[in-house]
Write a new protein. Structure first.
Length: 373
């Protein structure tokens, strides 16, 4: 596909930093699968949590697993070429590695099984490679598979670490800019059992800290991104409104004392309650926080998908919004920035890349992807 064709498909994109497909691409592909439940708890997690003693304000992990043998590195990894190296999930629910601009079939990463029933997550690790979530029990029924974290190197070796999350859905994942800490969002059976946890990365020391929803908040979180200062964490938090459960962009100061997450019940999405945030990401070291939001009715497909800079303090619009598509209904949108913000991956119907202002499509049928750290 030519670059002119891609530009026509995307239409206007935000200041050569972000690109998204236009309405015609959405219509051409139709309403593919319904978006994953954004603020839901899996039935299995709920059943397990209801039979467990969770504690009023403390996140509890069922167990901490011991070392897992590392798989041998694949001779096919990393894929040859000079394009930016990407780790992704393909449509067959496999971890794969590819390069931006390559038309070769992505290489499968051995030794890791993605979750089924809740999406596996990927995040760039500034220390090298990526951090992902995978299942420790591939044979468990969909929706009840326990999740764990793993370091993945550019050669395909993986190193599991941290707890096994049996009572929670992991809905957000981000590695701090210095590569010393990883943050996860956990959704449990109740608001008191949900929260954000920051723990040290392998080879680094540090305390584990938890933040919980304030009284009256729903305790449901998705998307997660560290600010370049390595202190603030931005995410999307759910809250009940007159029209049902919606969300808003919030930012947590991890250096501040206390364990209460910012309140969300009195906050609207960036452009008002007719909009719902889909994803949020700090654009590398630029200091810019962007949100993807859908404004309209996702059931009928009528509305707009927009990109808007937002204030980390309030979650409200901090700059002009740009319409990215005039129809809704694509697979779940997402954003992933390179470390310096010069390149951005955009998931909306397909995976696209803006690299120093040049627009291209990432081949290989990826449903999620992240740059190598």
């Amino acid at each position: 596909m030519t670059e002119d064709r891609l530009r026509n498909m995307f239409g206007q994109y935000a200041q050569a930093d972000v690109a998204v497909p236009p309405a015609e691409l959405v219509v051409a592909r139709g309403r593919q699968r319904r978006r994953r439940a954004r603020f839901g708890i899996t039935a299995a997690a709920l059943a397990l949590a209801l039979t467990a003693v969770l504690g009023a304000r403390q996140l509890v992990h069922l167990d901490r697993a011991g070392p897992v043998p590392k798989p041998a590195a694949s001779p096919l990894l990393p894929p040859p070429g000079s394009g930016r190296l990407l780790l992704g999930l393909d449509t067959m629910d496999r971890f794969v590695m590819t390069r931006a601009g390559s038309k070769a079939t992505p290489a499968v990463v051995p030794g890791l099984t993605p979750l089924v029933g809740q999406p596996s997550l990927l995040a760039a690790n500034p220390g090298g490679g990526w951090v992902v979530t995978f299942t420790t029990d591939p044979g468990a029924p969909s929706g009840s598979q326990p999740a764990r974290l793993a370091l993945v190197s550019v050669s395909g070796e993986s190193q599991p670490f941290g707890p096994v999350f049996r009572l929670y859905s992991v809905t957000g994942l981000a590695v701090s800019p210095d590569g010393r800490r990883v943050a996860v969002e956990l959704v449990g059976a109740t608001p008191a059992a949900s929260g954000i946890e920051v723990l040290p990365m392998p080879g680094h020391r540090g305390t584990i800290r938890n933040w919980h929803p304030r009284r009256g908040d729903t305790g449901e979180f998705v998307s997660l991104s560290w600010a370049p200062d390595g202190r603030r964490l931005s995410y999307i938090a759910g809250f009940e409104s007159g029209g049902g459960l919606v969300g808003a962009v919030r930012t947590l100061d991890t250096s501040a004392p206390g364990s209460a997450a910012p309140s969300v019940n009195d906050v609207s999405p960036a452009l008002g309650r007719q909009c719902r945030p889909d994803a949020v990401a700090w654009l590398g070291t630029t200091g810019r926080l962007d949100a993807l939001e859908e404004c309209g009715n996702p059931v009928t497909g009528r509305g707009r998908e927009i990109l808007v800079p937002v204030s980390p303090g309030t979650g409200m619009a901090a700059g002009p919004a740009r319409t990215l598509a005039s129809s809704l209904g694509c697979a779940e949108p997402w954003l992933a920035s390179s470390r310096n913000g010069s390149a951005v991956l955009i998931g909306y119907c397909a995976t696209f890349l803006i690299d120093h202002g040049r627009l291209s499509q990432v081949h290989g049928g990826l449903v999620a992807a992240a740059f190598a750290g």
